[in-house]
Design a protein around this ligand. Structure first.
Ligand code: PLP
Length: 258
């Protein structure tokens, strides 16, 4: 069967981010997404209004059933909401050390609304040593490292156990967006993308899940990252913009209708 990616992510009812982004992005890479829904959010394409996390013991039972049933190659984490859910995911990683973990350390939506308990900034670091890749944007990098300077912050995240970091530069100023892949403290790859004329809802989820899907096929990390970045750009170029002042929804699924 297609390689399987097990996602731990939240439900965004607008369908732009979260588990819907994961399912569509992973499906577009020719992999199969299985999803454990960590939290329900209240949000639209403009902002986050609230969220409710799901009982971690219940989530663990879901994950165990999927892991016993399907050949999971990669685990991808998005919104984990609170330290109790992080602890549950950590136990799953310890029980399945041979499954590749891609961790998108979600703390806030692109619109700025919080998607995590404030204790999460320190808690998420406990997953770093288990992850083959973490994919913070520059804001998350600074928060997680408690450092302003991005080079110093990257070094600190490696010191906390992160093996590979894809630093996404979309929140930094400039006409070009610069991403950087750092492995064991060394920059192994950089890329530049023209800044498109809108903000996007779920671009981070889309990229991390596309990487997870590519890794599930056995691609090497830098190859998987480049492939996913190229594909992400196409989904953003064709994104749907429901309101001129809101965020655009990446077009991850192609159809004869549009
Ligand atoms: N996970 C969920 C459930 C979300 O709703 C969001 C943002 O709205 C995110 C993750 C992070 O989204 P982005 O890819 O825009 O960083």
């Amino acid at each position: 069967m297609r390689p399987v990616v097990l996602c731990f992510s939240g439900l965004d009812p607008s369908g732009g981010a979260g588990l819907q982004a994961d399912i569509e992005a992973i499906g577009a890479q020719g992999a199969h997404a299985a999803v454990v829904c960590t939290a329900l959010t209240i949000q639209d394409t403009r902002r986050v209004y609230g969220f409710q996390a799901i009982d971690p013991a219940f989530l663990r039972q879901q994950a165990d059933k999927v892991l016993a049933d399907l050949p999971v190659a990669v685990i991808k984490c998005g919104m984990l909401a609170n330290p109790e859910v992080v602890a549950m995911v950590r136990e799953v990683c310890v029980a399945h050390p041979h499954i590749t973990l891609v961790l998108d350390p979600v703390l806030a939506a692109n619109s700025g609304g919080s998607l995590a308990d404030p204790r999460m900034v320190t808690e998420l670091a406990s997953l770093f040593p288990h992850a083959a890749l973490i994919t913070p944007n520059s804001l998350e990098t600074r928060w997680l490292a408690a450092r302003e300077d991005l080079d110093a912050a990257l070094t600190h995240l490696h010191d906390l156990g992160a093996k590979a970091i894809l630093l996404k530069g979309g929140h930094e100023p400039g006409n070009m967006i610069r991403n950087l892949l750092s492995v064991d403290g060394k920059t192994v790859q950089t890329s530049q993308w023209p800044r498109l004329p809108h903000e996007f809802h779920g671009s981070g989820c889309t990229l991390a899940s596309a990487i997870a899907g590519a890794l599930a096929h056995g691609l090497a990390l830098p190859v998987a990252v480049t492939r996913a970045e190229v594909w992400l750009q196409s989904t953003l170029t064709d994104a749907d913009l429901p309101h001129p002042d809101g965020q655009a929804i990446p077009k991850r699924v192609r159809s004869d209708f549009a």
